[in-house]
Design a protein around this ligand. Structure first.
Ligand code: 6R9
Length: 645
């Protein structure tokens, strides 16, 4: 653990919304009287009918129910677009930077209004009504944001599926959300390569019924259009008006579903609602990134992940910010691309993932240093723990020692950032997410649920509700309660391990469940296992994570073949290809070990603890193996473990 402490730069202490004393005062107030604190903060968005109730949340076993601002009505698109028109119609809302550096454009709030209204009218004309679920499978083009806001405008619920997911994953999510409309593009473009989005939608639609596919033209590539099902967006848009009244939504009406991996079973549809989510996205965007009018803000995430929802689209636009949307990848056309884009658009705030930093670090300082980056004032990190070496490099090389780094801890489930430095207020320790945001009450508990005080380490739970919290697992409230509220009654269990130091700073140590974090993407080991065993030559599979220099964690798969099948390099490749096809490239196993048997208890449970240790090369510390049905299996696993280098 790093012991270095970075003080708040003097310039920041003066200019920022918050200093340390203000943070402490507001934090104390938010915990002492949450109704008062959030009652006031709720006013940062416009309401059609004001709320009189603020918080109504219970974590009681069997009765978990979370409601915020429940009697108020509003509209998210109205708040992200219409209400800015009086003062910002000519201000840039979205800077779009294409995969090819010669392509970029700026969309003003005035233009955004027209585009969102048109998209909303196209949805309506194609039969989409309030409450309907719309699946969005799009590249990073402005139309993705228009589509999200168009759904919000008419009260439809969007479910975005990351463009890197396979047709199988897509069809599962279309089915899970019972959505019969899909919005996509002909093709995506990333790093100069085409992504066959429409082809994938066609394949997904063979497995689940889809009534309408709305296709945005991006590359102009040749795609098949199915009569009666597929329509071109530009043809539909030409027929509709540029005005569409925003639907009056209750605060607790659903805004979106976003599928995310858990430790068991299929991905869960995390449901977020309207009022509380937007208030929370807006307040965190303002304070964590110390947003001021005129800032150029860039979050490099994809809208297919929660970070793209809250911190490319909803938070920044609710605050009337200028948000940059990037279609490409950090290494195309050169490894300086991020910094070239920073210089081109004079980006002030830059928010990315540790995996990107680590991979760029590998190419050395020159590709960074040959750019200016003079506009940068603040750097951010999200998605996985950032190791102190990567933090220091980000700080020294990218930020020229001038820019604070906000290491923001949060989850798809939390809707917004929960533990984070505030740049004008918080001294930084590389590798620590530091302190809780307003209204957030983290606790560290032991395996039995005992709350541990002071400097300690254990499992991270949250004792209080906050407005951005997920409300349920779509269509499965029981699963919601069991996943998050059953382990430690009356608390929300995060699934993360955490250390708190003597200064009260929090250090997230990683998942304590069967979720692995590969390049900042959450992957359930069970999902990868079920893809592997779906292959006809595989009898059994167990998947664990292992430390990976760039990805944070890599995917290590132990595979037992059907009798008569022989291990081979060709089969290894075939299995990797199979998982890519079933789930998507982000789930590709990095290492596959063919093993004649897996370590099991006498009752037949796979002992993952042992598999994890072997994958981590820590087989000196296997712990108690006396409950194993066949201890000899372990010797074989150790002898044949895969080389990480
Ligand atoms: C926003 C997002 C959530 C999981 C979370 C944790 C890990 C995210 C982190 C971090 C350490 C940070 N995580 N941010 N770990 N430090 N700053 O990433 O959501 O995709 O749902 O992942 O990511 O393990 O539980 P999601």
């Amino acid at each position: 653990m790093s012991e270095t402490i970075y003080d708040v730069p003097a310039a920041w202490a003066k200019k920022a919304h918050l200093n340390d004393a203000k943070y402490k005062k507001m934090y104390a107030a938010s915990i002492k009287d949450p109704d008062k604190f959030w009652g006031e903060q709720g006013k940062r968005i416009d309401w059609f009918k004001p709320y009189t109730k603020v918080r109504n949340a219970s974590y009681k076993p069997g009765k978990v129910s979370i409601k915020w601002y429940e009697d108020g009505t509003t509209n998210v698109a109205y708040n992200c677009v219409d209400r800015h028109l009086a003062t910002r119609a000519k201000q840039t809302a979205i800077i779009w930077e294409g995969d090819d550096p010669s392509e970029s454009k700026k969309i003003t709030y005035g233009q955004l209004y027209t585009e969102v209204c048109k998209f909303a009218n196209v949805l309506k004309a194609n039969g989409v009504k309030k409450g309907d679920r719309v699946t969005i499978y799009m590249p990073m083009i402005p139309e993705a944001a228009y589509a999200m806001l168009a759904c919000a405008r008419i009260g439809a619920v969007h479910s975005i599926v990351f463009g890197g997911f396979s047709p199988d994953s897509l069809s599962g999510r279309i089915e899970g959300a019972t959505s019969d409309v899909v919005i996509t593009a002909d093709e995506g473009l990333r790093g100069g390569r085409k992504v066959p989005l429409k082809v994938n939608v066609d394949a997904a639609a063979e497995k689940v019924p889809v009534k309408t596919v709305i296709v945005v033209k991006r590359t102009g590539g040749d795609v098949a259009m199915k009569e009666g099902r597929d329509v071109w967006y530009h043809e539909e848009a030409a027929k509709v008006s540029g005005h569409c009244p925003p639907a009056e939504m209750k605060a607790e009406d659903p805004l979106f579903i976003l599928y995310t991996s858990g430790s068991t079973g299929k991905p869960k549809g995390v449901l977020h609602t309207t009022g509380g989510y937007l208030v929370y996205a807006a307040i965190t965007h303002q304070y964590v990134f110390d947003y001021h009018d005129g800032d150029i803000y860039w979050c490099t995430a994809d809208v297919g992940w929660v970070t793209g929802h809250s911190y490319i689209v909803y938070g920044p636009l609710a605050n009337g910010a200028t948000t940059l949307m990037f279609e490409g990848i950090p290494t195309y056309p050169s490894i300086s691309r991020f910094w070239d884009v920073v210089d081109k658009h004079k980006v002030n705030t830059f928010y990315t993932a540790p995996t990107a930093i680590r991979s760029l670090m590998g190419a050395g300082e020159e590709p960074v240093k040959r750019t200016k980056r003079k506009s940068l004032r603040l750097l951010g990190s999200v998605g996985e723990p950032i190791n102190p070496e990567a933090w220091e490099w980000y700080h020294r090389v990218v930020g020229d020692r001038r820019c604070p780094i906000v290491d923001t801890w949060w989850q798809t489930e939390t809707g917004g950032i929960l533990i984070t430095p505030l740049p004008g207020a918080t001294k930084l320790k590389p590798g620590s997410a530091t302190r809780p945001f307003f209204g957030v009450k983290p606790e560290i508990v032991d395996a039995e649920g005992k709350v541990l005080e002071g400097a300690t380490e254990g499992n991270l739970v949250l004792a209080e509700s906050w407005p951005g919290q997920m409300r349920t697992v779509y269509g499965d409230h029981k699963r919601f309660e069991e996943t998050y509220f059953a382990t430690y009654p009356n608390k929300y269990f995060t699934g993360d391990g955490c250390r708190r130091d003597a200064d009260g700073y929090y250090w997230i140590t990683g998942r304590v469940d069967d979720v692995i974090n590969v390049s900042g993407h959450r992957m359930g080991t069970a999902e990868v296992e079920s893809a592997l065993v779906a292959h006809p030559k595989v009898s059994e599979a167990a998947v664990v994570g292992y430390p990976h220099d760039i990805k944070g964690q890599g995917i290590y798969a132990y595979v037992t073949l059907m009798s008569g099948e022989m291990p081979s390099e060709a089969l290894r490749k075939e299995l990797v290809g199979h998982v890519r096809k079933e789930i998507g490239p982000i789930a590709s196993p990095d290492l596959i070990q063919f093993s004649p048997g897996l370590p099991k208890t006498r009752s037949g449970k796979i002992m993952r603890r042992i598999l994890r240790k072997i994958a981590e090369d820590e087989f000196g510390a296997l712990g108690d193996t006396s409950t194993l049905a066949d201890p000899a299996v372990v010797e074989d696993l150790i002898a044949n473990r895969q080389n990480k280098r």
